[in-house]
Design a protein around this ligand. Structure first.
Ligand SMILES: [Zn+2]
Length: 281
């Protein structure tokens, strides 16, 4: 799968290591940017984090070709150096940009991928990208990180590029104007502007739906199902992406529910509005 054009996959820490790597539940409010300060690829960076037993972790590593998740987005990670109850550690998603002491070209590409990926992640998480929500490690503790971006004096520019990309992808579809990304009334709802949609085709049967507080998305917790074949396919705005293809949608029959939207189920995901998909709910 990809997120806003960046290849994305997961190699999550096993739940047996949650106590070390991500002990607390979290509802992410902001994003924290890091540089790895090494030459490892995202694959190797994630493998290292997953395999060791240090109380050091983050959510996603991004390199020149892909973004890989290692900690679930609904759990905290240890990446900000601001303590067990620090705001950064307990409320922000940690993003590591790879190759910061390696090949410049690979690092530059990793930065470009991070801009696109983080903008898409903000949409997924219902986080509005602003100067206040896109943070650097240094904002939470005195650590000189992301070191390479700081060395270049590029932090403000990098932060603004994420915000610009977020504004670009969340602009209402159909608007041809390239300017004015400010909201009309000044009071914009944070997630309804997002271009994140899921489409359930008519030829793949039904999808089970689950209550927001279901302990897991297993059939025994299901409270019913949606029936795309009956309507010739159904399209929903994703109200919240809980990670692992666990999406919240608003249904007429069940209200706000969760549904499992992995590609192998036949569901399709868009980052740029519903396009030509039918029956947008
Ligand atoms: Zn850092």
């Amino acid at each position: 799968m990809s997120v806003n054009g960046v290849a994305f996959s997961s190699n999550l820490v096993p739940s047996s290591k949650y106590g070390i790597k991500c002990p607390n539940m979290m509802s992410a409010k902001k994003i924290t940017i890091h540089n790895t300060a090494n030459k490892a690829s995202a694959k190797n960076e994630v493998k290292y984090c997953r395999d060791n037993n240090n109380e050091v972790s983050y959510h996603v590593a991004v390199d020149d070709i892909e973004a890989i998740q290692v900690v679930p987005f609904n759990r905290n990670a240890w990446h900000c150096g601001d303590g067990g109850n620090g705001y950064g550690n307990r409320n922000t998603i940690g993003i590591e940009i790879c190759y910061s002491t390696g090949n410049e070209d690979q690092f530059n590409k990793a930065c470009k991928n991070t801009i696109k990926y983080v903008a898409g992640l903000c949409v997924q998480q219902g986080i509005v990208a602003t100067k206040d929500t896109i943070k650097k490690h240094q904002d939470w503790s005195s650590k000189y990180c992301p070191h390479k971006i700081l060395d270049r004096g590029d932090w403000n520019k990098f932060q603004q590029e994420i915000i610009d990309e977020y504004n670009r992808i969340t602009k209402k579809s159909g608007s041809s104007s390239a300017s004015s990304s400010s909201s009309k009334s000044g009071s914009s709802s944070s997630s309804s502007k997002g271009g994140h949609y899921v489409y359930f085709p008519a030829n793949q049967g039904t999808w089970r739906v689950y209550p927001l507080n279901a302990p897991s998305l297993s059939a025994k917790h299901s409270i019913g199902s949606i029936n795309p074949p009956k309507f010739g396919g159904l399209t929903y705005p994703v109200k919240k992406d809980r990670g692992g293809w666990d999406y919240e949608i608003e249904t007429g029959s069940y209200g706000r529910v969760r549904v499992y939207c992995a590609p192998e189920t036949g569901a399709k995901v868009s980052w740029n509005g519903p396009g030509n998909w039918p029956n947008v709910q």
